[in-house]
Ligand binder design. Structure first.
Ligand SMILES: [Zn+2]
Length: 100
């Protein structure tokens, strides 16, 4: 078993776990309920952790996390032409169809 991911927010870790499960990678969460109240960060040794149960899935899991993490981090963007804000999944402005 290998530790593949840790983050102070258990929701983010749970999200990572679901993308793993979708890809057929078995994993478990530790310290799921260890973090503090909302807005309050737990000490790093109490961060929720995501472990892959099968060591040979480790590399695949890391790649998958890089991808899904990039997607999570991708923020809404603002159109340069009309100033409207579109979701990260849109390649064109919802308002004026201007390119991102
Ligand atoms: Zn626009």
């Amino acid at each position: 078993m290998k530790l593949v991911y840790t983050h102070p927010n258990s929701i983010v870790v749970a999200q990572a776990r679901s993308s793993m499960e979708l890809a057929g990678i078995k994993c478990i969460m530790r310290n799921e309920y260890a973090s503090g109240a909302i807005g309050e960060l737990a000490p790093i040794d109490a961060w929720p952790e995501l472990w892959v149960t099968n060591d040979r899935d480790f590399e695949r899991a890391t790649l998958l996390l890089e991808k899904s993490h990039a997607a999570i981090q991708e923020a809404d963007w603002k159109c340069e032409q009309c100033g409207s804000v579109s979701p990260a999944t849109f390649d064109f402005c919802w308002h004026c169809a201007g390119e991102r």
